[in-house]
Every structure is written in C-alpha cells, then in structure tokens.
Design a protein around this ligand. Structure first.
Ligand SMILES: NC(=O)c1ccc[n+]([C@@H]2O[C@H](COP(=O)([O-])OP(=O)(O)OC[C@H]3O[C@@H](n4cnc5c(N)ncnc54)[C@H](OP(=O)(O)O)[C@@H]3O)[C@@H](O)[C@H]2O)c1
Length: 401
C-alpha cells in the first residue's frame, strides 16, 4: 500500500495512471501532476478510483521538492520528457522518494541522449538508500528485460542482439508521431550508432534497411537501423555482445514527410528569431502535429516489438526470438490509448510495482536488465503485454538492402 506520484499527463502518463489504478493493492494512493493541471483532471475523470492532481513545472527543482514534501509519495514515475530527468532525480533525493523513468536524459540544446548523466547519480542514490530505475518502458524497458531473460534461461553467452520495433498501425493522418513529436523526431533524425566488435560505429541516419516479416501474420515491413538508448546499457551489461543493433519500421509516407520537414528546417533545435520572437522550429512543428494522446480512436493494426538474440548454449549456436504483439484497438478499448502509449505505460507501472513491493529495490541507479527479469516477465503476462518465445533456425539472418 503506497503512494505514487506520476509526473507528465501526456499519452504515456494517461496509460500509467490507468494501469496503476487497476492495481490498488500496490498503488493505494495516486497523484498525477503536470505542467497543465487540466490535462491531469481530464485523465482522472476517466478513472473510477480517486486520482489527486497537481500543477508542477518539473524543470523547477524547488517546485518539485515542495510538491514531494507536501504529497510524500514513496515513488515518483517520470513520464514527462527526458529533459526533466535530472531535475526530478534531484527532487527525489531531496525529498526521499524512489525514482523511475522511461527515457534517458537529453539536454534540450543538444540532440544526444546518454545514460552517463543519470549513472553519475549512483553514489547519491546509494547514500540516500533510494532506488532509481531507468528506462522502464517498452524500448527501452521490456526489450532490455527480454534480453536479460533470454540470457538467463536460454544461453551460456549471448553474441548478437537485434531489437526489432514494428508498428504496423495506421492512424490515417498524413504525418503524426506515436509519442511526443519533438522527442520522436530528434531520435529518428539522429546519426545511427550500432555496436560492432567492442565499439559503437556511426553511420548516417536511416541509411541501412532490411525487409522483415513479423510472426503471427502481422505483415512484412521495411526496417531501418537507428540508434536507441538501450544499446548503451545492454552492451555495457552484456560484454559478450559482439554486435547489437536496433531496427524500427517506418512507412514510405512517414519518411517522405520527415525528409521534407528536415529540408525546410522545421526539425531544427536551435532557436530562430521570427518577427522579434525566439522560436525553436521543432517545438513549433510539434505544436502543429496531432497530439499523440488523440490517436487512440483512429489507430488500427498491431505492434510487434521484440529481440532476436544469437548466442551459445552447451557449445552449440542458438537463435531465439522473443516478442510481444499489441493491438491498437484493444488498447483503446481498455485505456482509451493507442498501443505505443500502452506498451510504454504498462512496463512503467510494472517497474513501479517491482520497487514498491520490494522485489527490485536495491539502493542505487539501475537499468532494468540489472535485476532478475522473471517477476517482471510474469507481470507482463498478467497486466496486458503477453510475450511469445520462438527458437529460430541459426541460419536465419536479417537481409540488408
Ligand atoms: N521507453 C519507451 O518505450 C517509450 C516510448 C514512448 C515514449 N517514451 C517516453 O515517455 C515520455 C512521455 O511521452 P509522451 O508521448 O507521453 O509525451 P507527451 O504526450 O508529450 O506528454 C508529456 C507530458 O509531460 C508534460 N511535461 C513536459 N514538460 C513538463 C514540465 N517541465 N513540467 C511538467 N510536466 C511537463 C507535458 O505537460 P503538459 O501537457 O501538462 O503541459 C505532457 O503532458 C517521454 O519521455 C518519451 O520519451 C518512452
């Protein structure tokens, strides 16, 4: 029986709040805070249990500390933006609350996300006797736990990891992003880095692709290799990995729009002067695009996100595929959200549950793969993200185009 404070009333925040409310034996008291309190109230109105709401600017550490001292949550779930990670961690340390997020810190003025800023908090969290759980969404999050689970149960050593993120859903807009547009476009347009023989190799954004057929008849998709933050922690925690890559599906339509927007300068992160006013082009673009929290009723199709892992067991080569399939409309029926927010919000709730139940609660700053994956995997089956496991022929290779 614990009080939790959720920061960020966006598409993911809405799902986390609803999923926490479904487990009142753990989350006995829920507070939802965001920059715009009316968004918190709109989410609270969809839920039968009482959800308390508050206004907070999470860039402002003293505002956050006042809120934490007033509400006294045992844990803060940060589903605002990556820019707020460090200020919320600082406030948790000052007020004595555990911390969880789904995306690593990224400075607003540099499009480069890295764990080092948050890993540097290790000693402070240990000294305070508090837990910070990083990257407890789907990717990062479930993909890290899938890797840990395969490593634990199916391999003596893992050598190659391909994380495959397919969104086969269609929202019917010419161009929209499934989560925060600013963060999404910064991530997709960044240079690609993948792990090869002990080092990250940098290649131009989206310059390598492959055709991939999903299981369960979901379809065949064009995947593009890109950098994703779990590659940093997984290659650190599994030094036996010789190669690690992240692949995401994009439609030709999405890529066409992105290219034009980049070419006309609308994805820029440097402020420009427009008629005497300073504006950041990508923030203006995000303002024009559909809010991801409104995509739920119109998105149809399925996601299929998982890991293909190659390694050895008993001296033999082995290839395993572990994945979850999520149906956008089923998510909408349950929590009025599309599957990208759902697949992020459910692991955030489960990670929070792991901390509050004391299952994963060592003091310090941790990536999810550093804990025992088994209880988390059980909860994924229980709370809406059932996973499948298949042994593949070791001769299988992703074909590069
Ligand atoms: N690991 C994964 O699988 C995964 C997948 C998707 C997304 N994510 C992460 O999930 C997070 C949320 O994404 P989303 O799609 O829900 O974004 P979103 O819809 O844009 O929602 C973000 C919310 O954060 C609030 N916020 C922003 N700055 C704030 C501040 N300074 N103080 C207080 N509240 C602030 C916004 O406030 P107001 O609207 O109240 O003004 C908004 O409601 C992002 O960090 C994203 O990177 C992770």
């Amino acid at each position: 029986m614990s009080k939790v404070l959720i920061v960020g009333a966006g598409s993911v925040g809405s799902v986390v709040t609803q999923k926490c409310a479904q487990v009142p034996q753990v989350f006995s008291d829920i507070v939802l805070a965001s920059r715009t309190e009316s968004k918190c109230k709109a989410i609270a109105a969809q839920i039968d249990q009482p959800i308390h709401t508050a206004q907070v600017d999470a860039d402002n550490v003293s505002d956050l500390i006042s809120l934490l001292r007033r509400e006294k949550p045992k844990l803060v779930i940060n589903v605002a933006l990556p820019y707020q990670d460090l200020s919320i961690m600082d406030a948790c340390l000052a007020a004595g609350a555990h911390y969880l997020d789904t995306a690593n810190y990224e400075p607003p003025d540099t499009a480069r996300f890295e764990y080092r800023w948050q890993w540097d908090y290790q000693k402070r969290f240990v000294d305070a006797g508090l837990t910070a759980l990083l990257g407890s969404g789907f990717d990062p999050g479930a993909t890290n736990i899938f890797t840990a689970y395969l490593n634990k149960h199916y391999f003596d050593e893992i050598h190659e990891l391909d994380i495959i993120d397919v969104n086969g859903g269609d929202h019917g807009y010419p161009f929209a992003t499934n989560f925060n547009p600013e963060i999404n476009i910064r991530e997709v347009s960044a240079a690609c880095r993948h792990w090869e023989n002990g080092a990250f190799v940098t290649t131009p954004p989206l310059s390598k692709m492959t055709l991939y057929t999903c299981p369960e008849g979901i379809g065949t998709f064009t995947l593009f290799r890109m950098y994703h933050e779990e590659l940093e922690s997984l290659t650190k925690h599994y030094p036996s990995l010789q190669r690690a890559q992240f692949w995401m599906s994009f439609s030709a339509n999405y890529l066409k729009h992105l290219e034009v927007l980049e070419n006309v300068g609308l994805t820029g992160i440097e402020p420009i002067n427009y008629r005497g006013q300073s504006i950041v082009p990508i923030q203006f673009l995000a303002h024009l695009l559909p809010d991801p929290s409104t995509l739920g009723p119109r998105t149809r199709g399925k996601t299929c996100i998982g890991c293909i892992v190659r390694g050895s067991k008993g001296g033999k080569e082995r290839l395993m595929h572990i994945y979850n399939v999520c149906d956008h409309q089923a998510c909408y029926r349950e929590v009025q959200s599309q599957a990208i927010a759902y697949t992020t919000g459910v692991p955030a709730m489960i990670g929070a549950k792991m901390i509050l139940e004391g299952t994963w609660c060592e003091a310090g700053v941790w990536n999810v793969e550093q804990y025992n994956p088994d209880p988390f995997m059980e909860d994924m089956n229980r709370y809406g993200l059932p996973w499948q496991l298949a042994e593949l022929d070791p001769a299988f290779q992703l074909e590069f185009a």
